[in-house]
Design a protein. Structure first.
Length: 506
């Protein structure tokens, strides 16, 4: 059949028109689903999450959220990054030795070589003139110290260090006044209150990292393996990681309440597991002011060896609770001059009720040499007495104690052959994690060729009695040895287990 050109054009036009009309009708009736392309082309103004539920924002929620944001904005300018560099001498072959053809004949790489080692930590600006507090272990042994603020690096110098608290103060010279942080009163913090930790975990690229948590505990002591003499930590679950050392722990008023110092970790993990420790701000202030003023910390000295009480000892002295510090050795210096006696319990110092031996250490340290302070004691017979003590200088006493300990060491080595002994004091009890109330002589060294070594005696064992007589000091053992008895039945304590060994003194 013949179809004209005119008819073909009309038919093509009808097909196109029908297609267009069909698409319009289908679109309006939603016969076909939207494709991704269609969504982008025709529905770019779609309201996402249009039927999602939301928590109603009450005043308490808004206040908490705004508090965190406000505190973060306030305190982050006062927290800085600290980079330390030190030279390290290394010996042995280097990495490239094994690719050298002449390695068997070349001994040059066996010579000591110097390498530079760097460390990262945090610090807190405590004065607008450029004084910054941090941990001593952050800058210990450093040849060079740098502080980074707003991507600008400054050279820093050490103002003073205090190894007894693991604190240090450094200083930088800036072109303008620096934003110092407000210092809070750490004695007023309570377990359960919110805190924020600010620092630079792992890398300077993570500068001003903020983590939130609560105060998990206060007055923590004997929790670190480091040689820190004055431990009075705030415990928090706010995340603290390597690089946070020296950073700020702040309350929701934006006040510094602690300097982040350490974390508790298990096994190979070096990261946070929710147990971190900070040095309280009151102790930080006490140390920092003295370091800025004179480069060192001057502390009062009482002259007693002390330990905490257990319930049994407390009841023997008529106390309902084990509060106070037991004088576990013969007093010296100021305490002896004032009339403090061995086995006294110190229950008050300068008007402060003493909780335990660690508390007494901190209270005494905050007073200056030469001060007259009232000390309330309970004597072994139950009598209470308030004595007046003129405090000595702890630094001077440490030198004297060092010489005295050398003499005591030589004295102890002459008592039981092969053993070096020392009376158990608070320092040793803390190091050996001995429970309060234990007394005796700690065995520091055992000669491997001695009778004691052959009987299984080990360093760290504690002699609690000899021939049935309790011993708490070297003088007790000397008194026992004054007799003609040359054979000794020695009672020892190891890991809370008691056992006996027979030793001779000939």
């Amino acid at each position: 059949m013949y179809i004209s050109k005119k008819m073909l054009v009309l038919m093509a036009f009808a097909v196109v028109l029908g297609t267009i009309i069909g698409l319009v009708i289908a679109s309006s009736l939603n016969f076909t689903p939207d494709t991704k392309a269609g969504a982008y082309l025709f529905r770019e103004n779609i309201a996402l999450g249009d039927n999602a539920g939301r928590v109603e924002e009450n005043d308490d929620l808004l206040q908490s959220r705004r508090a965190f944001v406000s505190v973060a904005r306030l305190v982050t300018p006062s927290v800085v990054s600290i980079t330390s560099e030190r030279k390290v001498e290394r010996t042995g072959r280097d990495f490239f030795h094994f690719w050298r053809d002449d390695r068997e004949d070349d001994n040059s790489d066996e010579q000591p070589r110097t390498e530079r080692q760097s460390g990262l930590g945090s610090g807190v600006i405590i004065h607008s003139d450029g004084y910054i507090v941090t941990n001593n272990h952050v800058i210990d042994g450093a040849d060079k110290i740098y502080v980074t603020i707003d991507r600008q690096r400054y050279d820093a110098e050490i103002v003073g260090r205090d190894t007894s608290t693991d604190l240090a103060v450094i200083k930088i010279e800036a072109d303008s006044s620096l934003p110092a942080i407000a210092i809070g009163n750490s004695d007023k913090i309570e377990v359960g209150e919110w805190v924020l930790a600010v620092g630079n975990p792992f890398s300077i690229a993570l500068q001003h990292t903020i983590t939130a948590g609560i105060v998990s505990g206060i007055g923590r002591a004997n929790v670190l393996g480091r040689n820190i003499e004055y431990e009075d930590f705030i415990q928090t679950d706010a995340a603290i990681n390597p690089g946070n050392s020296g950073g700020a722990l702040v309350n929701l008023s934006g006040e510094l309440i602690g300097i982040n110092t350490a974390i508790y970790s298990r096994g190979m993990s070096s990261g946070n597991i929710g147990i971190g420790f900070a040095i309280p701000s009151n102790l930080v202030s006490f140390v920092a002011r003295q370091l800025i003023a004179g480069g060192r910390v001057i502390r009062g000295w009482l002259g007693v060896q002390i330990s905490s009480l257990d319930m049994k000892t407390a009841r023997a002295y008529g106390l309902k609770r084990p509060l106070g510090a037991l004088v576990s050795g013969k007093p010296t210096g100021p305490a002896a001059a004032a009339g403090v006696m061995e086995r006294d319990i110190i229950v008050g110092f300068a008007g402060v009720a003493i909780k335990d031996h660690n508390h007494l250490m901190h209270v005494v340290a905050r007073h200056k040499p030469g001060e007259e302070v009232p000390v309330e004691v309970i004597h072994e017979n139950g009598e209470r007495e308030t004595l007046t003590v003129v405090l000595g200088d702890r630094d001077a006493s440490l030198y004297s104690e060092s010489r005295a300990r050398q003499q005591q060491r030589r004295r102890s080595q002459s008592l039981i052959p092969g053993l070096t002994l020392r009376a158990l004091d608070a320092e040793l009890a803390r190091m050996l994690r001995i429970e309060p109330g234990v007394s005796g002589l700690v065995i520091l060294e055992v000669d491997k060729n001695s009778e004691a070594a052959s009987e299984g005696v080990e360093p760290g064992d504690i002699i609690t009695a000899v021939n049935g007589t309790q011993v708490a000091a070297l003088s007790d053992l000397e008194e026992i040895l004054q007799g003609d008895e040359k054979n000794l039945l020695v009672q020892l304590l190891r890991d809370e287990e008691k056992f006996f060994v027979a030793l001779s003194v000939e």
